[in-house]
Design a protein around this ligand. Structure first.
Ligand SMILES: [Zn+2]
Length: 383
């Protein structure tokens, strides 16, 4: 039985998995530190070195090089996508090291998501040593170097590499209760440029048009577009404007963070923002407001097909002692959003169990490296 053989092989692999994880974590790979990211990339080329898996290094000027791996696989089956990232949110010197603490392992990226990359690699190794990668569907792996800043290069690369895949598995941080992520909210960034007219506030007050006033009215209205029931939120997180106390401000700027659950809700939200901008500008004569859309990722909606994918993976997870089940919709986006926007069913959060991502309290339960890898190996062998 290949499945049993793969699981047995993995049982002995924890020390090797941990050694790989430690080496990956000790190398700082903050998105803004491409030199460190490239070192992690070289380690990953080693880690993913196995028969039947062909690497491709996709050079980047701005970020660490992105990595793609492909297997030939069983050509009667549609390919499967496995997606991850090698960058972290921690600049050099901010949070470093790898600590052993009972059943926990702590360090930058142990959970988000160097641990997930180790899970991915060892599941593939287990398949490679038992049945061979040619005995499972063709695999398309994409490990990007810029996920934590929104996959500016990573998203187009992913779209190119995973086109035509039957399903996409993403190895972001596993939830504390192993719940599988099927839905993530979409994100958007809106920069509001508010223009007024400068004037001396003592001599020429009525000739001015106060951009800060218009911006304040704008903030009041856009905040009110948030709706707990639908999961749409608007956060006016940055607000600047004016030049001096006694000058009517000619300029103000507001930056909004947007979250929404469906593509339709996203469209409605942008309509609402434009209406609010028009209304706010009209209410302060002489001002006008421009909205600039910067980056953002569409929502990861639960597509037809995701249910079956969830059920199949979940059965594998439970078999290896994981709790499984479906997570509530997540506030943060991932590369899963990109895959779902292509119409590919996605499950996410398949990395090791842990908590504290994006904080200095980031940790994993080390034993789940093995159980998550066993679940993935079984899923691939049954696919
Ligand atoms: Zn991540």
């Amino acid at each position: 039985m290949t499945v049993a053989a793969a699981a047995t092989w993995l049982e002995e692999q924890l020390p090797a998995m941990e050694a790989a994880l430690e080496a990956l974590v000790l190398e700082n790979s903050h998105t803004g530190n491409p030199a460190g990211g490239r070192k992690v990339g070289r380690l990953l080329l080693d880690v993913f070195g196995m028969p039947g898996l062909v690497p491709e290094v996709v050079k980047s000027e701005r970020f660490a090089d992105h990595l793609v791996f492909r297997s030939f696989g069983d050509q009667n089956k549609k390919p499967l996508a496995l997606v991850g990232h090698l960058d972290t949110v921690f600049p050099p010197g901010h949070f470093e090291g790898y600590q052993v603490d009972g059943i926990y392992r702590r360090g930058p990226g142990v959970l988000d998501m160097k641990g997930g990359l180790v899970v991915m690699a060892w599941a593939l190794k287990a398949v490679a040593v038992t049945r061979g990668l040619d005995g499972v569907p063709p695999l398309r792996l994409c490990i990007v170097g810029d996920e934590e800043v929104g996959s500016l290069e990573g998203a187009p690369l992913i779209r190119r590499v995973i086109d035509g895949c039957a399903a996409c598995l993403v190895f972001e941080s596993g939830r504390a209760n192993d719940a599988i992520v099927t839905r993530r909210r979409g994100t958007g960034n809106c920069v509001c440029h508010v223009h007024g007219k400068a004037a001396h506030s003592g001599n020429d007050y009525w000739a001015g048009a106060n951009a800060v006033w218009a911006a304040s009215r704008l903030v009041d209205q856009v905040q009110a577009l948030s709706d707990k029931a639908t999961g749409t939120t608007v956060n006016a997180g940055l607000f600047t404007g004016g030049t001096s106390r006694n000058t009517v401000p000619a300029e103000a700027r507001v930056e909004l963070d947007l979250r929404y659950e469906t593509a339709k809700a996203g469209e409605e939200l942008w309509k609402g923002l434009h209406a609010a901008a028009e209304k706010a500008a009209q209410s302060v004569p002489g001002t006008r407001i421009e909205l600039e859309k910067v980056g953002g990722r569409g929502p990861m909606e639960r597509l037809p097909g995701a249910e079956e994918l969830l059920t199949r993976y979940n059965a594998c997870a439970v078999k290896y002692g994981l709790k499984g089940g479906e997570a509530p919709v997540q506030g943060g986006a991932s590369d899963g959003n990109t895959a779902a926007a292509m119409g590919i069913p996605v499950i996410d959060g398949l990395g090791p169990r842990g908590t504290g991502y994006h904080t200095k309290d980031e940790y994993i339960e080390v034993g789940t490296l093995v159980s998550k890898a066993a679940a993935l190996a079984e899923f691939l062998l049954g696919a």
